[in-house]
Design a protein around this ligand. Structure first.
Ligand code: NAP
Length: 281
């Protein structure tokens, strides 16, 4: 059974390629990439995989049984069309099963909701495709909070609009492990799984970061409007608004859902104690 993984040059796509390599032989795995030159180090066959080029995708998916579609990064409306290109190319090429990395969050009422809605539209497109399918709804990546440590220290704590609500965090290697199982086991077909570990509040996240990195971070709630402006100042209008919208959704309780990680992966998600201990100080 041949498996293709899209966006293999990205952090999630490359982690999934590595996780599938643990279960399958090199010959059964193909990495698709918009920029194939970035993917040579993965040690598997690489084929063109630009979401905007349906013909090239169809060509690249010849002989593939199962494709993993990593959700795109473009603005929501464009994303839907890009994902449709992959789904249509998969159908035309005779692919049998598609596994999609979707996301959890508020479907309405936040600045992030258009992104969630675009993911839900792709879920609907996949269900209507006639292919076998599995959908993972990813929790929020925790890695950006680790990368952001210096900024938190400089700011004197974590400031955002999540309040005291919890968020289902995950990390890319744990997601990759679950997706490798969802790709290679038929029992997941037709399932939608929320993929994340134990939910954490921002105060709990601050405590984990403080203990592991020997810093003194506290959590401070700020209003959505103040946080949105702060993010726009740092990241620009599109990304700043989206990031603020993610925390707005957390404040609405929309990121604190039951986790189906165990069902998808066949084992529990890594605990946050274990994850933080594994980080280099
Ligand atoms: N759950 C969360 O917390 C969270 C956070 C951020 C993002 N996400 C979602 O998760 C996805 C994967 O995250 P990541 O960490 O792996 O992101 P990443 O490291 O930035 O990788 C993004 C990937 O998308 C590829 N890409 C962009 N436009 C493309 C196109 N037109 N055709 C084909 N590939 C294209 C990039 O290819 P190039 O190397 O050619 O640029 C790259 O491989 C994101 O795309 C986003 O939808 C989730």
């Amino acid at each position: 059974m041949k498996i293709a993984v899209t966006a293999a040059s990205g952090k999630l796509g490359s982690a999934i390629v590595k996780a599938v390599r643990e279960l399958k032989s090199r010959e059964d795995l193909i990495a698709l990439a918009r920029t194939p030159a970035k993917v040579q180090s993965l040690g598997v066959e690489v084929r063109p995989g630009d979401y905007n080029d349906k013909q090239a995708l169809k060509q690249s998916l010849q002989g593939i049984d199962t494709v993993l579609l990593v959700s795109g990064m473009g603005e929501p409306k464009k994303r839907i069309g890009q994902h449709r290109n992959v789904i249509d190319a998969a159908k035309d090429a005779g692919v049998k099963k598609i596994v999609y990395t979707s996301v959890q969050g508020a479907e309405a009422g936040t600045a992030f909701s258009p992104v969630i809605q675009s993911n839900r539209q792709t879920e609907a497109d996949i269900k209507a495709s006639g292919l076998q399918w599995v959908i993972g709804r990813n929790g929020i990546y925790i890695e950006p909070d680790i990368d952001y440590l210096d900024s938190y220290v400089k700011a004197g704590g974590i400031y955002n609009c999540a309040g005291d609500k919890k968020c289902g965090y995950t990390n890319r290697p744990e997601l990759a492990y679950a997706y490798a199982k969802m790709l290679s086991e038929d029992k997941h077909n037709g399932q939608i799984y929320n993929l994340h570990g134990q939910s954490l509040s921002q105060a709990e996240l601050a405590t984990y970061l403080s203990k592991r990195f020997n810093v003194d971070l506290a959590y401070h709630a700020v209003s959505f409007e103040k946080y949105r402006q702060d993010r726009i100042n740092e990241l620009g209008k599109f990304l700043g608004t989206v990031i603020a919208g993610i925390y707005q959704g957390i404040a609405m309780g929309k990121a604190d859902n039951p986790s189906h990680y165990q069902l998808a992966a066949g084992r529990e998600h890594q605990s946050w104690d274990s994850y933080f201990l594994s980080l280099k100080v």
